[in-house]
Design a protein around this ligand. Structure first.
Ligand code: DAH
Length: 313
């Protein structure tokens, strides 16, 4: 019998003996009970120690220098990597940064003022509904476009204008729309906003900046064209399209972003005199850029967490 087994049977014996207490005259019961209890505590402590010793005997010491068993494959440790979309977002921001743009971060919860009022959306105007915004119970808005940051960007950098300089900033961010997802639409996606203000900013400059951006990002010459658009925060407004180059599957024009000359009311609300300064702004989806670059047809993969998809990058 092992030591532990011995102790356990001793405990059983004590418990059995203890039952005799009821046959003793009441005056003797107290002393008998105390003595038995002391014995029992001793044995219980010895059992606990014996069990502990046994446990540590059973743990094999770890030999970190031991080789793998001969036929066992060496385990591959999979490390996490950046999400492909974030890698591309960094590239997008880097192209603009190389052109001299500052970078601001967007927010993921905003209010009616930044999302609409500061951007010259008339109160109760149907254009507000066009953005399919989610709302929290407290009436905050997970922003439906990165333009929600324009007012902050203008205010943050307007000192540069007074010092004779210009405002040049891009703002990447996550945006949310309450719409059904399909191959080319998601409820959650990324945009990059651009804002430029100076004494003599023109639409021509804007198209120059945007053409240069797309050519740097795709690493090749591209044709661009515009079509009229409508945004309350720009006048005139346009949509910019690029011609699909042969290297990216060829044929057809793709709408890449919305843009225009910043509306005087937007400048005024941010404390910038529209009689003196002019600006242009643009905003476009990141997924669309990346889908074209990698010939992808399914936007939903980006947010799906599908490992097979992510591992391709
Ligand atoms: N915020 C617009 C959208 O999500 C895109 C846009 C249009 C941004 C014109 C701009 C702009 O900055 O000037 O549909």
């Amino acid at each position: 019998m092992s030591e532990l087994e011995n102790l356990k049977s001793e405990l059983k014996q004590i418990n059995l003996e203890y039952t005799k207490i009821k046959d003793l005259p009441p005056a003797e019961r107290g002393e008998f009970g105390r003595a038995m209890n002391q014995k029992k505590q001793k044995v219980l402590a010895a059992i606990a120690k014996a069990e502990e010793d046994l446990e540590s005997e059973n743990i094999a010491p770890l030999d970190v220098s031991a080789p793998c068993a001969p036929n066992e494959p060496v385990p591959v440790i999979k490390r996490g990597t950046k999400h492909p979309l974030m890698v591309e977002l960094d590239r997008v921001v880097q192209v603009y940064a190389d052109m001299g743009f500052n970078v601001m971060e967007s927010c993921q919860l905003d209010d009616e003022f930044h999302m609409f009022d500061s951007l010259n959306f008339p109160k109760d105007h149907p254009a507000r509904d066009g953005y399919d915004t989610f709302r929290t119970a407290e009436n905050y808005i997970p922003p439906a476009h990165t333009s929600t940051m324009q007012h902050r960007a203008l205010k943050k950098y307007r000192r540069a204008l007074e010092d004779g300089g210009q405002i040049a900033v891009v703002i990447p961010g996550r945006v949310f729309r309450n719409e059904d997802a399909d191959a080319t639409h998601e409820h959650t996606f990324y945009q990059c906003e651009g804002v430029f203000v100076s004494k003599d900013a023109t639409m021509g400059q804007m198209f120059g900046v945007l053409k240069q951006f797309f050519e740097s990002y795709y690493g090749q010459k591209l044709n661009i064209k515009t079509q009229p658009g409508y945004f309350p925060f720009t006048e005139p407004s346009a949509e910019l399209l690029i011609e699909k180059p042969e290297s990216l599957g060829g044929e057809g024009w793709l709408e890449m972003l919305g843009c225009g000359m910043i509306h005087p009311n937007v400048l005024k609300t941010a404390g910038i005199d529209p009689e003196v300064y002019h600006g242009f702004a643009w905003g476009g989806g990141i997924e669309r850029l990346v889908m074209l670059k990698y010939h992808l047809s399914e936007m939903r993969y980006f947010e799906s967490g599908k490992l097979e998809f992510l591992e391709e990058f």
